[in-house]
Design a protein around this ligand. Structure first.
Ligand SMILES: CC(C)(COP(=O)(O)OP(=O)(O)OC[C@H]1O[C@@H](n2cnc3c(N)ncnc32)[C@H](O)[C@@H]1OP(=O)(O)O)[C@@H](O)C(=O)NCCC(=O)NCCS
Length: 261
């Protein structure tokens, strides 16, 4: 049976594999801020677990000063994690991170402020968390998932998913696009427009007017294929139609009066 690798050796290997710019372990050891932060965290975590919390905090605050990466000494981080660039990364007290995880600069693994006890995320194996993403609350990011740059993730992420946006939503699952309709949120403004459009259409029908060509919420058979007519031209047409209808009404009233005579 082969000798078990130390977490630090696994971190070095992960950096070498995940950073295309990395040339050798020597360079990573002495120049990579993300590696340095994790290396120091391993010691801080040991001291924290052995009742030397003050010493642990001293190490982690020194790490923050040196690298711009703030990792609470209680955070449980498996071997084989790589923090690329690193500046601005914050990892909270009750975070758990699996192996082979890639974290970019500006990532926060934090709390929402609403939970107590376990209040930070759990990141399973083989996850990638892109630059600036915020993963908040005691949620689980399933293994082999990707979190897009700038996303704010507040709900559990199933394994093998890609999550993007604010708030984060699953756009890919098992490498296939997720149909947006399932996740569509109600849009009250668009619904109100749709209601008004229906009323206008009913009025237009009652007044025997040609219906409007421009609509964002209704299928309209009047729309000309090339869309060449401008809205101004349509308004002029509408005015002519109204005038013609007024004239028709006037004529029919006159006819009735003449007949009555
Ligand atoms: C999420 C990411 C990892 C791509 O994952 P993926 O599984 O390959 O997903 P895709 O590229 O197929 O994108 C899926 C959809 O999400 C959209 N999307 C991807 N990343 C997004 C983001 N950060 N924000 C919003 N939408 C995003 C895509 O446009 C695509 O939408 P579409 O299907 O309507 O075209 C990648 O886009 C990303 O954010 N990378 C950042 C990596 C990083 O931090 N680099 C810093 C180096 S210093």
């Amino acid at each position: 049976m082969g000798k078990k690798k130390s977490k630090i050796a696994m971190d070095l290997q992960a950096a070498l594999e995940k950073d295309p710019a990395a040339r050798n372990k020597f360079e990573i050891f002495f120049t990579y801020g993300g590696f340095k932060a994790l290396y120091r965290h391993r010691f801080a975590h040991w001291f924290y677990n052995h009742g030397m919390k003050y010493l642990a905090k001293l190490i982690s605050s020194g790490t923050r000063r040196k690298t711009g990466i703030d990792i609470h000494p209680a955070a449980k981080i498996a071997g084989g994690v790589f923090i690329d660039h690193g500046v601005g990364v914050v990892i909270g007290e009750t975070v758990e991170i699996g192996t082979n995880v890639l974290i970019y600069q500006g990532v926060t693994l934090g709390g929402t402020g609403k939970d107590t006890g376990k209040r930070h995320p759990t990141i399973e194996d083989n996850v990638m968390i892109s630059a600036g993403a915020k993963v908040l609350g005691p949620i689980v990011v399933g293994h082999d998932s990707k979190i897009g740059a700038g996303s704010v993730v507040l709900k559990d992420v199933p394994p093998h998913s890609t999550v993007v946006g604010v708030p984060g939503r699953v756009v890919k699952y098992n490498n296939m696009r997720v149909d947006d309709i399932d996740q569509k949120l109600p849009d009250p403004i668009l619904e109100e427009f749709a209601r008004l459009n229906k009323r206008i259409a009913a009025l237009e029908e009652a007044l025997a007017l040609k219906s409007c060509k421009y609509s964002i919420t209704m299928q309209n058979p009047e729309v000309d294929k090339d869309g060449a007519t401008s809205i101004e031209e349509e308004i002029i047409d509408l005015k002519h139609e109204i005038d013609a209808n007024k004239q028709k009404l006037h004529n029919s009233e006159e006819d009735t009066i003449n007949r009555d005579k």
